[in-house]
Design a protein around this ligand. Sequence first.
Ligand code: NOJ
Length: 509
Amino acid sequence: MKIHFFLILLWKFVYCVSFFSFENRSESQKCELRHRGKNVKFPKQFLFGVSTAAYQIEGAWNEDGKSPSIWDTYTHLHPERIADHSNGDNAAESYHRFEQDLRALKELKVDFYRFSISWSRVLPKADTTSQSKKAIDYYNMVINTLLENNIQPMVTMFHYDMPDELSSFGGFTNDIIIKYFRFYADFLFKTFGDRVKKWITFNEPFDYCVPGYGNADFPPMVHAPGVADYLCLDNTLRAHASAFHLYKAKYFDSQKGKIGITISSRFYYNKNKESDEVVDRAMQYALGWLAHPIFGKSGNYPFIIIEDITSNSMREGLPWPRLKPFNFHWTKYIKGSADFLGLNYYTSRYVEIRDPPGGEIPSWEYDSRIKYSLDKKWKRAKSNWLYCVPNGLEDILRWIRDNYNNVEVYITENGWSDDGELVDLDRIGFLKAHLQAVLNALNDGCNVTHYSHWSLIDNFEWNMGFTEKFGLYYLNMTSRNKERVAKHSAHYYKSIIESRKIPSSDNFV
Ligand code: NOJ
């Protein structure tokens, strides 16, 4: 009897402690941002959209002549590397269910839809010797239907899914990729460019180069950090510039579109408040690595990166630097090779110098010498890397304004992961705070013109499979029709698009 009584008391005690600590945590972990500046409305010409990518939603991985991409092969050979052992074989089946995606896009009233074209679907051999008529018909249907519904198509030409064919002889580490990509780009401009006016060459090079060719977390699982990942970034930049110049020389006069590249970056805050040098170092090693050659003054990698890697390479006994600066020809060619900067912003970190440097020798961690940390006040999403830091978006937009001559910015991704709940209050909070950041940045003179939320629907989240959901629409994976169901955040986003203001989230709770 006494023991029983004691156990009840103990249970009550544990319950109270955990209740209060949970309360404290949710109390102190905020995902909010205050309004700053004159305007409370987004300008008339500001455009709202949503983003997806081919492998994450299309399914139909081997239909109508499509050949495998590295993600097909990787998920088939290594299901153990995907959190739920899933793959993108079917996903949201958008290849067969575009009308369901369209219904959601129309409901949201978005101005544009950012989607990607699967290279190995349209060109099964990766070059133009074979073209899939049915795949071309599919993308024509998507583009035409969007335009009929007053939704502008924004097309990503490459979103992680390299054709296996190309990967088999080196992928991004073989500079023949520059030629292949140029011919692929030529084919895309010729086939779709009369209607597509916004092109993104590459999505997040950093995020397929470092895991793909550095630490082997992603396909093609090359483990050569500090060498092959740098080659991948280098060839990506040159392939990008090559597609840009092709567009300008051959298509721009008749098609009058814009072409840019999407780079992912966090913003960084100084952990020790001693000097802001570390913030600049962290920004150069993230955004600057790819953005500086295109939007900076030198047409080359940031000086600090060239300097670090050259001296580290010498110390390691290498007769050449692991990162070769661009020569005169390439600096001229790369500098200015984009009409806009596509930015994927999700989160931020605190930084300090790591002394001695960490990571494998050599590697990006080792060369950059940065230690990252978090703030207890930042609310975390389902993804272990994703914390809500809306001021980071405002600050990175300002950093771009100041460092790259206020180049036009499209926010091509920004989003929050959870378990897929329909009443997704945290996503509403994230959306509200981040659009507030965009509005504050606009009020502060930043040249940001587009915002696109990731993602339209729940989809295949790479190594996390279907365990982390980013959609404004829930995807019923177990039903035959794979319905897309609006979450509360979809209604909230729609109200922003309609009113061009950031409404209180109260009515959506
Ligand atoms: C950026 C990538 O472009 C996209 O494919 C991914 O799903 C989101 N981040 C979320 O991780």
